[in-house]
Design a binder for this molecule. Structure first.
Ligand code: SF4
Length: 507
């Protein structure tokens, strides 16, 4: 093993600044496509737009991610007629009953253990979930089954990272066909309306299509084998024409660069869209926050902010920009591994990284659960039982990747887990979520355990949003207490109009 190559790894870890390592998630990229100011509100400002219905939506997502793997293909009816739709949907629902009940029960248990007393589950909770699953299955059957043949396999909830384009996303489901062809599906589960008019879901789908191209062709601009991309909503689907127009692709790439620059602290100037999809339609939470932040920076610019408040304002802003830059730390391992692969090719890079104890490759799947009926634990054992060395530690977060043939490493199926315990030849990992464990069983650990390779890499939990939000709240609190009228009184006669504020900021 050449020493200079090992030195390269150390050098990479040292020289990669976290401000360069940021990666843009498809969902955030979609926000930037709708409005750059809206992106800036979430990063770095930390304003979270509240959707109350996450529990129902997430539970439906979980159910769909499990039943799409096997049950949906088993009942696939290519060219289904209008009269047959209800029958196909009903038979999928019947075969999914066990999964639906399990996921609903796990959600109830989780909500109860989290002690959400101030926000208990609605008494329509179960009805809502079943109704939305019915609506999504109907949309899938009516639009996708009718037009496309049964896929040979399905992967769900797959995280794809294209490090060289600093882009990552988790795709709800990819339907795989013979000849390396594929179709991508996003479930829209959080309300009953078609894809919304702000276009965020559409942009997210388009961004994810670039990632799917990367997974199957190694190149985000290679559309040859992409059959379709679709947002499935209640009893319907949005299916854009492919390949995407040059204009749409350029827009995604431009906004990806903008989002990356913003996260890295390069402070690009956000542009307000010609038609402001939120503020021109009606007053929403985002409109109000956008107005307040713009008004404030306008007043700061013309020297109208009291000095003591301005100090707090500057402090919270500087801290938020710093947190965004440090978010890059989450992705440092992926950047190092990716750069090594670019330099030495995948096999040699993996050998070097294994030798340097950055990745771990000698494990195979053994079993789920232990003698204490702890069903969230998975046992991985060393393939070579004579190898008694181990370098992993309990409580660390790792990502387990199942290496797939001809697919880039960070586009292969993978799951992030915490280490429960490590022994000389056994690694015990904890899949805390019931659904994640089911995904792992179906997508990571299927088949003869000696016939596939598992790669364990270090991973981190991204806590950026959780750190930014309190700073936004602190900023608001300071404003409300110290300058209640001067800065934020929308009705004040001295307050400029939103257009005046925007113009002031742009100039
Ligand atoms: S209010 Fe308008 S400019 Fe501000 S974030 Fe919303 S869409 Fe963008």
């Amino acid at each position: 093993m050449q020493v200079h190559k090992l030195m390269d790894i150390r050098r990479l870890y040292k020289t990669l600044l976290h401000s360069q390592n940021n990666i843009v998630q498809s969902t955030d990229l979609a926000t930037a496509c709708v409005c750059e100011n809206l992106f800036k509100l979430s990063y770095p400002y930390g304003v979270v737009s509240g959707k109350d219905d996450f529990v129902v939506a997430d539970t439906v997502h979980e159910i769909m991610s499990l039943i799409a793997l096997r049950i949906v293909p088993e009942h696939w009816k290519y060219g289904v007629t209008k009269d047959e739709v209800a029958f196909v949907v009903h038979s999928i629902e019947q075969d999914s009953e066990n999964i639906i009940q399990q996921v609903i029960q796990k959600t109830r248990d989780r909500v109860q253990s989290e002690g959400r007393r101030n926000k208990p589950l609605d008494h329509n909770f179960e009805y809502d979930i079943r109704d939305r699953v019915y609506g999504i299955l109907t949309g899938l059957t009516k639009r996708i089954m009718k037009k496309y043949e049964c896929p040979k396999s399905v992967v769900t909830e797959i995280t794809i990272t294209n490090v060289s384009k600093f882009h990552e996303g988790t795709v709800d489901a990819i339907f795989e066909y013979e000849g390396n062809r594929y179709g991508l599906v996003d479930w829209k589960t959080y309300d009953l309306n078609p894809a919304n008019s702000s276009g965020k879901e559409k942009w997210q789908l388009l961004a994810n299509l670039l990632l799917a191209n990367y997974r199957y062709a190694g190149n985000e601009d290679e559309w040859t084998n992409c059959l379709f991309g679709s947002i499935i909503f209640y009893e319907g689907a949005f299916i854009p024409r492919l390949p995407l127009t040059e204009k749409a692709i350029l827009k995604i790439k431009k906004e990806r660069q903008f989002a990356y620059d913003m996260l890295c602290g390069n402070n690009p100037k956000p542009e307000r869209p010609d038609f402001c999809a939120v503020c021109d339609i009606g007053k929403t939470k985002s409109t109000e926050e956008c107005y307040r932040y713009h008004q404030e920076s306008y007043l700061a610019k013309i020297g109208q902010i009291p000095a003591d408040y301005d100090r707090i304002r500057r402090f919270t802003l500087a801290t938020r920009y710093k947190i965004c830059r440090e978010r890059g730390e989450t992705y440092r391992h992926k950047f190092v591994i990716s750069q090594m692969i670019q330099e030495y090719g995948e096999q040699e890079a993996l050998n070097l990284l294994e030798y340097a104890k950055i990745i771990h490759r000698n494990y195979r799947f053994e079993k789920v659960g232990d003698c204490n009926h702890n069903d969230s634990l998975v046992y991985l054992v060393k393939k070579d039982s004579a190898d008694k060395q181990f370098y992993l530690e309990p409580r660390k977060i790792v990502r387990i990747i199942r290496k797939e043939t001809n697919i880039p490493l960070f586009a292969c199926v993978s799951k992030s887990v915490s280490i429960h315990d490590v022994k000389p030849d056994i690694l015990i990992v904890d899949f805390r979520m019931y659904t994640t464990l089911q995904h792992a069983k179906e997508q990571l650990f299927y088949g003869d355990p000696n016939s596939y390779e598992l790669i364990v890499i270090p991973d981190e939990i991204n806590l950026t949003r959780r750190m930014l939000y309190p700073l936004h709240k602190l900023h608001r609190l300071a404003a409300d207490t110290m300058v209640p009228n001067l800065v934020f009184d929308n009705n004040s006669s001295t307050s400029p109009s939103i257009d005046g504020v925007m113009d002031g900021v742009k100039s």
